[in-house]
Design a protein around this ligand. Structure first.
Ligand code: BG6
Ligand code: BG6
Ligand code: GLC
Ligand code: GLC
Length: 953
C-alpha cells in the first residue's frame, strides 16, 4: 500500500517535473537569449533593418542625464503602471539641491482603459483638475512632464505618437496619434485650466533620470513591473535613424516585443502561448509576457489548470480545489518559483546584452555602470532582483553593475527632463525669428534666384544688389597647365604669399611653398598706397627668401573683394567689405595699384571663390561652384555666356562671382533680419551693406551670439542676470568660441571656460543655454547659405536642361572648416532644398592661392597657344598681289567649271550638291547633313578662323 502511494507520488512528481522542465533555462540557453537580444538591438538601431526589428529602439530626444542644476515647479503625470498618478514636483538647484513631491493616485477603471481615446484623456484631465483643485494651484500654467509608459515614436521631446497599446490598455483611436495632442485637446475640451506640455517620457527614461539625479553613472533604466522594458544612453553615431553623430541620446528599447518574430519560440512553452492568446494583444510583446508582473500570475494559473486537468492537483476539480489548496505532492511555490525565476533570468539575459553594448561603446575592458530600476515585480518579489542580478553577473562578467532602486517613481525624472526642455524651449521662443522653416528657406532661395537674374541682365545690373561679376575665367584647369608662379592671397583671415610650381611630366603636379604675413589694422584702414606698399614689401621679403628676386614670375592675385573686371588682368574695386577700409582704392583698378607697388609683371586678378573653385577643379573636373564661408561669405559658379549680358559673345561659359554677401542690401531680407542683425550692422565698418554676409559669416557670428547673451542676461534669462564689462565688450566673444562650444564632447566644459573668462560664473544650465544659442545662430547661417547655394544649383540644373544635377561645389573658409557641425548641416539642408541633385562638397585643402596660380597658368597657356597659332599661320600669309592673282585664276576656273562646254576640262569642277540654303551660323545645317558634332564644331571653328584671316579677301 505504502509503496503504491510512493510509486504514485513518484510518478506524479515526474510528471510535475516534466511540466516545469521547460522553465529551467540552462546557461547556454540564457547566453543564446542574450546574443539574440544583442542582434535585435543592432537591427533596431539601423535604418535598413529598423522596420522589421522587434526591439523598436525608439529615440527619446533626451540627450543627457541630470546634473543637479535643474530647477523649477512642474506638474507630472504618470500613466501606464499599476497606478495613475498626478504630481507636483518642486526642484531646487545649487548646493541645497532638493526635490519635493506631492502626488495623488487616481483609479482608471477598466472600461476607461479599454474605452475610447477621448474618454481616456477626458478622464486623465478630470484627475488633473481634481489634483490642481486639491493643491490650490488651478490658476498657474505650469510646465508638465508626461510619463506615458507605452511605446511612442518621437521626433522631439514634446511629441509622441503611440505605436501600439501594451499591457492592460486598449483605448480606441489612439494608436498612430500624438498623445500630447490628445492630452492638449482634452484640456481644451474641459476649458478650465491650461498647461504647458513640455515633455513626454517613457517610464524607463523617467526611472533612469530619477536615479541619475543621485548617481551620474546611471545610464540605464529598467522596469520590471506590470510591463517589462529598458532604456539606455546610446552614442548618437550608432543611432542611424536620428541625424547627427555627436553626443548621446537615450533609447527606449521597448524590448517587450523581443521574440515577436519567433526568434525565442524555442523557449516559449504552451502556457506562454495560452497566455498570449488570451491577452489584449495576441502575438505581440512575447518577451514581456514571459517576464513581467502582468503575466506571471497568468502563466502560473495556466500551469495549475493543466496540472489539475491531468489529475495531479485538486483531484481534478479546477475551481473548487484551487481555493482548497489541496495540492498533492506539489508546493505551489514551486510553480511560482519556476515561472518567476525564468522571468528574472530572461530579464537578466536581456540586460546583459545592454550592458555589454555599453561596454563596447565605451571601448573599455571593464565597465562600471549603474542601472536605475523600478516596478512592482522587482520591488515586491522576494527573489526576482537577486536572480536577475546573478544572471547579469554571469552573462556579463566584465561589467560591474550597480542596481539602484528608484524610490520616487518616474514622475521625478520626468520633471527633471521637463526642467531642461523648458529652458531650451524658452530660448527657442526667444530666438524664434532665427529659426527658419523650410518654407522660408525655399522662399529665400526664390528671392536669390531673382537677384541673380537681375545681376546678370544689362538693364538691371546697375541697380542690382547682387552684382554677378564676370571674372573672365572660362574653364577650370584641364591638366595641361605648367609653370612657376607667385600667388598673393589677400582678404581672408590671413595675407599669404605663395610660390606655386606646376610641372607636367607624366602627371601634373603642384608644389607650393607659402608664408603668412601679418596685416595690422592700421594698414587695413590706412591709405591704399600704404596697403599696396605693404603688399610689395612682403612680396620682396618672400622673393628674397625664395631666392627668386631677379625672376619675373607671373602673379595670381587672389583679392577677396568685389571687383568689376573687363579682363583678367584688371579689376576695379567696387567697395571694401569685411575688415578692410583703406582709402583711395574703391573705384580704382587694384591691378594697377599693385603694379605700381611691385615692378610691373603679368597679374591675373581672382576672387577667393574663383580661386577655390579652381583649386578644387584641379582634383575634380566636375567642380563648377566655388563657395566661401569664412571671414566673409560668397560664391561663384560657371554661367552660360548667353545669360551674361555684360560680356560680349554667347558661346561657352564664364565664371560669375555672385558677391552674394550684399543680398538683402535693398531691404529684401528685412522680414528675417532680427534686432541683433541690425545692431551688428550698425556697429560694422560698412553699415547698410553686406547684410546677408552679416547674418552668415565668421566675422560677425561670435558678436551676434554676444549681443544675444547680453540681452538675455539683462532680462534675467542667463547668468542670474549678471552682466560683466567683458561680456559688454565688442569682439570678446569670437566665432571660434561658437565652434568650441558646439563641440559634442567638450562643448559644455568649453562653454564654462569661455564664459568664466568673460567674468560670469555660469551654472551648468547657463552653459547648456549658451550652447543652444550658439546652435541656433550657426544653424541659421548654414540654412541661409543652403538657400542661396540652392538657387545657384537650380540655375545650373536649368542651364544644363537636366532633370537631376550632378555637380561638385568647392568650399573653403574658416567657419566651414572649424565649426564641428556646420558642414553637415549645410550639406543636409542643401540636399533637402534641392532634392533633384547629387552634390559633392569638396573641401579646398590648399586655399585659393593654388587656384589663382592655375588661373594664371591657364591664361599663360592660352597666350602661348595664340602665339603658336600665329606663328604657324604666318607661312600661309600671302601678299596682296599674290592673292589678287589667285582670285583671278580661281574666277576663271570657276566660270569654266560652270559652263557646259568647258566643264569636262575645267580643273575646278563646280559640282551641284542639291543643298538649297546656306548655314545660319549655328551649325544646325551641318548637323542636319549628318556631320558628327565634333566635325560640325571643327567646321565652325574653321569658318571663324578663316573669317578672321585675309585668305578669302
Ligand atoms: C514607476 C513609475 O516608476 O514604475 C510607473 O512611476 C511605472 O509609471 C512603474 O510604470 C512600473 O511599475 P509597475 O509595477 O507599477 O508597472
Ligand atoms: C581661403 C583663401 O581659400 O579661404 C582666402 O585662400 C579666403 O584668401 C579664405 O579668403 C576664406 O576663408 P577665411 O576664413 O580665411 O576668410
Ligand atoms: C510596456 C510598455 C513600455 C513600458 C513598460 C514598463 O512594455 O510598452 O513602454 O516601459 O511596459 O512599464
Ligand atoms: C566678401 C567679399 C567677397 C569674398 C567674400 C569671402 O564677401 O566681398 O569678394 O569672396 O568676402 O571672402
Amino acid at each position: 500500500m505504502v509503496t503504491a502511494v510512493a510509486r504514485r507520488l513518484a510518478a506524479q512528481r515526474k510528471e510535475i517535473d516534466a511540466v516545469l522542465e521547460p522553465f529551467l533555462l540552462s546557461p547556454e540557453t540564457l547566453r543564446e537569449v542574450k546574443n539574440k537580444m544583442r542582434t535585435e538591438l543592432e537591427y533596431g538601431l539601423k535604418r535598413e533593418t529598423q522596420g522589421s526589428a522587434t526591439v523598436k529602439m525608439l529615440p527619446t530626444y533626451v540627450c543627457g542625464t541630470p546634473d543637479g542644476t535643474e530647477k523649477g515647479k512642474f506638474l507630472a503625470l504618470d500613466l501606464g503602471g499599476t497606478n495613475f498618478r498626478v504630481l507636483l514636483v518642486k526642484i531646487r538647484s545649487g548646493r541645497r539641491k532638493s526635490v519635493r513631491m506631492y502626488n495623488k493616485i487616481f483609479a482608471i477603471p477598466l472600461e476607461i482603459m479599454q474605452g475610447t481615446g477621448e474618454e481616456l484623456f477626458d478622464h486623465i484631465v478630470h484627475c488633473i483638475a481634481d489634483f490642481l483643485e486639491y493643491m490650490g494651484i488651478k490658476g498657474a500654467r505650469l510646465p508638465l512632464g508626461f510619463t506615458f509608459s507605452f511605446p511612442c515614436k518621437q521626433a522631439s521631446i514634446d511629441k509622441g505618437t503611440l505605436v501600439g497599446w501594451t499591457k492592460g490598455f486598449k483605448a480606441t483611436d489612439c494608436e498612430g496619434e500624438d498623445v500630447v495632442d490628445m492630452l492638449r485637446e482634452a484640456i481644451k475640451r474641459r476649458n478650465e485650466f491650461d498647461l504647458d506640455i513640455v515633455a513626454v517620457v517613457n517610464d524607463t527614461v523617467g526611472t533612469m533620470m530619477t536615479c541619475g539625479y543621485e548617481d551620474p553613472n546611471c545610464e540605464i533604466g529598467l522596469i520590471a513591473g506590470t510591463g517589462s522594458n529598458v532604456c539606455y544612453m546610446e552614442d548618437m553615431k550608432n543611432i542611424e535613424i536620428v541625424e547627427g553623430n555627436e553626443g548621446k541620446m537615450c533609447i527606449n528599447t521597448e524590448w517587450g516585443g523581443f521574440g515577436d518574430n519567433g526568434c525565442i519560440d524555442n523557449i516559449r512553452t504552451e502556457y506562454d502561448k495560452e497566455v498570449d492568446e488570451g491577452s489584449l494583444n495576441p502575438g505581440k510583446q512575447r518577451y514581456e509576457k514571459m517576464t513581467s508582473g502582468m503575466y506571471l500570475g497568468e502563466i502560473v494559473r495556466q500551469i495549475l489548470i493543466d496540472l489539475t486537468k491531468r489529475g495531479l492537483l485538486f483531484r481534478g476539480q479546477i475551481s473548487e480545489s484551487l481555493r482548497k489548496r489541496d495540492l498533492h505532492g506539489l508546493n505551489p511555490q514551486e510553480v511560482c518559483g519556476a515561472v518567476s525565476r525564468r522571468a528574472a533570468q530572461l530579464c537578466g539575459a536581456g540586460l546583459a546584452a545592454i550592458v555589454e553594448k555599453k561596454r563596447e561603446n565605451r571601448g573599455v575592458e571593464h565597465l562600471q555602470i549603474t542601472v536605475g530600476v523600478d516596478g512592482t515585480l522587482y520591488k515586491l518579489h522576494p527573489h526576482f532582483s537577486r536572480v536577475l542580478q546573478e544572471t547579469v553577473k554571469e552573462l556579463a562578467p566584465w561589467c560591474d553593475v550597480t542596481f539602484m532602486l528608484s524610490e520616487d517613481g518616474s514622475g521625478k525624472g520626468a520633471a527633471l527632463i521637463t526642467a531642461v526642455a523648458k529652458r531650451l524651449r524658452n530660448i527657442d521662443k526667444y530666438l524664434y525669428a532665427m529659426r527658419l522653416s523650410d518654407e522660408t528657406l525655399i522662399d529665400i532661395m526664390a528671392r536669390f534666384r531673382r537677384e541673380m537674374k537681375n545681376g546678370l541682365s544689362r538693364d538691371f545690373n546697375p541697380t542690382a544688389t547682387v552684382k554677378m561679376l564676370p571674372t573672365f575665367v572660362r574653364s577650370i584647369p584641364d591638366g595641361s597647365e605648367k609653370g612657376d608662379f607667385i600667388a598673393l592671397d589677400l582678404g581672408g583671415s590671413y595675407f599669404r604669399i605663395l610660390r606655386v610650381k606646376v610641372s607636367h611630366e607624366k602627371k601634373q603636379t603642384v608644389q607650393m611653398e607659402s608664408e603668412i604675413y601679418n596685416t595690422p589694422e592700421d594698414i587695413m584702414h590706412g591709405s591704399g598706397t600704404r596697403l599696396f606698399d605693404h603688399v610689395a614689401e612682403c612680396l620682396g621679403d618672400f622673393m628674397e627668401k625664395q631666392q627668386i628676386k631677379d625672376k619675373k614670375l607671373p602673379v595670381g592675385f587672389t583679392f577677396s573683394f568685389p571687383c568689376r573686371q573687363s579682363k583678367l588682368d584688371e579689376g576695379v574695386l567696387i567697395t571694401w567689405t569685411k575688415r578692410f577700409k583703406a582709402s583711395g582704392v574703391e573705384g580704382a583698378d587694384v591691378v594697377k595699384l599693385l603694379n605700381r607697388a611691385i615692378k610691373k609683371r603679368g597679374v591675373s586678378l581672382v576672387n577667393d571663390t574663383v580661386g577655390t573653385m579652381m583649386t578644387c577643379g584641379f582634383d575634380d573636373q566636375r567642380c563648377e561652384v566655388g563657395l566661401i564661408i569664412g571671414t566673409g561669405t560668397n560664391a561663384c559658379y560657371m554661367e552660360e555666356m548667353r545669360h551674361i549680358d555684360l560680356v560680349e559673345g554667347d558661346e561657352g561659359r564664364m565664371c560669375i562671382n555672385t558677391e552674394w554677401g550684399a543680398f538683402g542690401d535693398d531691404g529684401s531680407l528685412e522680414d528675417i533680419r532680427t534686432e541683433f542683425d541690425r545692431e551688428i550692422d550698425r556697429g560694422s565698418l560698412n553699415p547698410g551693406k553686406q547684410l546677408f554676409e552679416k547674418m552668415v559669416s565668421g566675422l560677425y557670428m561670435g558678436e551676434l551670439v554676444r549681443l544675444i547673451l547680453v540681452k538675455m542676461a539683462k532680462e534675467g534669462l542667463l547668468f542670474e542676470g549678471r552682466i560683466t564689462p567683458e561680456l559688454l565688450t565688442k569682439g570678446k566673444f569670437e566665432t571660434k568660441h561658437v565652434s568650441a562650444i558646439e563641440k559634442s564632447k567638450e562643448g559644455l566644459s568649453k562653454a564654462k571656460d569661455i564664459l568664466t573668462r568673460l567674468g560670469v560664473e555660469p551654472s551648468h544650465e547657463d552653459c547648456v543655454a549658451v550652447q543652444h544659442v550658439c546652435t541656433i545662430v550657426s544653424f541659421r547661417s548654414a540654412n541661409l547659405v543652403a538657400a542661396t547655394l540652392g538657387a545657384i544649383l537650380c540655375q545650373l540644373r536649368d542651364n544644363k536642361g537636366v532633370g537631376r544635377l550632378r555637380t561638385t561645389v568647392g568650399v573653403d573658409g574658416s567657419l566651414y572648416k572649424m565649426h564641428p557641425q556646420y558642414a553637415r548641416r549645410l550639406h543636409k539642408t542643401t540636399r533637402r532644398l534641392v532634392p533633384d541633385s547629387d552634390v559633392r562638397f569638396l573641401l579646398s585643402e590648399s586655399g585659393s592661392g593654388k587656384g589663382a596660380a592655375m588661373v594664371t597658368a591657364v591664361a599663360y597657356r592660352l597666350a602661348e597657344q595664340h602665339r603658336l597659332i600665329d606663328e604657324t599661320l604666318a607661312e600661309f600669309k600671302l601678299t596682296h598681289e599674290q592673292l589678287l592673282q589667285v582670285k583671278k585664276r580661281m574666277r576663271t576656273e570657276m566660270e569654266a567649271g560652270l559652263k557646259k562646254k568647258t566643264h569636262d576640262t575645267a580643273k575646278v569642277k563646280m559640282l551641284p550638291t542639291f543643298v538649297r540654303s546656306t548655314p545660319d551660323g549655328t551649325g544646325r545645317l551641318w548637323a542636319a547633313l549628318g556631320f558628327p558634332e565634333w566635325q560640325t564644331k571643327f567646321v565652325l571653328f574653321l569658318q571663324k578662323l578663316l573669317g578672321g584671316c585675309s585668305l578669302l579677301n
